[in-house]
Write a protein that binds this ligand. Sequence first.
Ligand SMILES: Nc1ncnc2c1ncn2[C@@H]1O[C@H](COP(=O)(O)OP(=O)(O)O)[C@@H](O)[C@H]1O
Ligand SMILES: [Mg+2]
Length: 320
Amino acid sequence: MNKRIIESQLGATVAVTHFDHLGARYGGKVRDTYSIGDRLVLVTSDRISAFDHILRQTIPFKGQVLNGVAHYFFDQTKDIVQNHVLAIPDPNVTIARKCTSFPVEFVVRGYLAGHAWRTYKSGLRTLCGKNLPDGLQQNSKLPMPILTPATKAVEGHDEDISREDIIRRGILTERQFDELESYSLALFKRGSECAARQGLILVDTKYEFGLDAQGVITLIDEIHTPDSSRYFYADSYEELLSRNEPQRQLSKEFVREWLMDHDFQGLENQVLPDLDDAFRVEIASRYVELYEKVTGKSFAPNTDQKPIERILKAVEAALI
Ligand SMILES: Nc1ncnc2c1ncn2[C@@H]1O[C@H](COP(=O)(O)OP(=O)(O)O)[C@@H](O)[C@H]1O
Ligand SMILES: [Mg+2]
């Protein structure tokens, strides 16, 4: 996408919304949600988070990209499990079925990257109770995709947890766990197939589930977005792996790397660096690239200079 279009949006990003008259507001790291009866209005902002911190600067079009990618994959997977989408009245908004969420993140990994690689490198050969073979290297393909659940911490970092502990602690019943595991693996398989058609590898991702008002298991939150997933380019994968070089990624991993180069990885006493405008534009263009690559559609940005007013109008009209 033309850099000038992104630049013209730098002063018109969606940093935060306060539509508190609509319903109870919960400000998440990236989304502002409003609870209205049995519905939830999810406004995806242009905030970006890394290492569980919200960065001070926003990224043009990021909210539209995330909401668009999630919408695309909710649609591509709706035959596997019911999802929460009721309507998309605006590029930044999803109106969803309000669910009681299960306090577990269903992380699925097809490759040894990120946290799983760091664990493996430290010498451990089990992850969430799953055994891993010896001889793998960073970004190796796993013999088969595995579920490595994490607890959804109210504050701080999520923690790995095994099937046994989830059941023993009464977080899920055995039956619920097994059903959610099979949905997670089926969703990952579909996501990997969609990615492969576009020359990408879906490396890992996380799902969240809940029960809707009728008690039906429902896929909630977001799916296969660059915030919840890692993607590699398929064409260069083997060669980079054989040379033990970093993969070409389509995700926000490069933002994490930039932060680490600026001495920030979310630890206490570290100072959150500021992103300058050139870097904000760079991040935005990567998000747009990801949208186009993943969905195979060209990104049609909404370049409204008053996006928050536009969003409120669309939400109010949709709620009537
Ligand atoms: N359909 C839904 N029903 C209930 N909760 C949901 C639903 N969809 C998403 N959520 C929750 O809304 C929040 C979305 O905002 P987000 O910015 O991701 O917040 P967080 O910082 O908690 O990850 C998450 O806590 C997510 O679990
Ligand atoms: Mg979240």
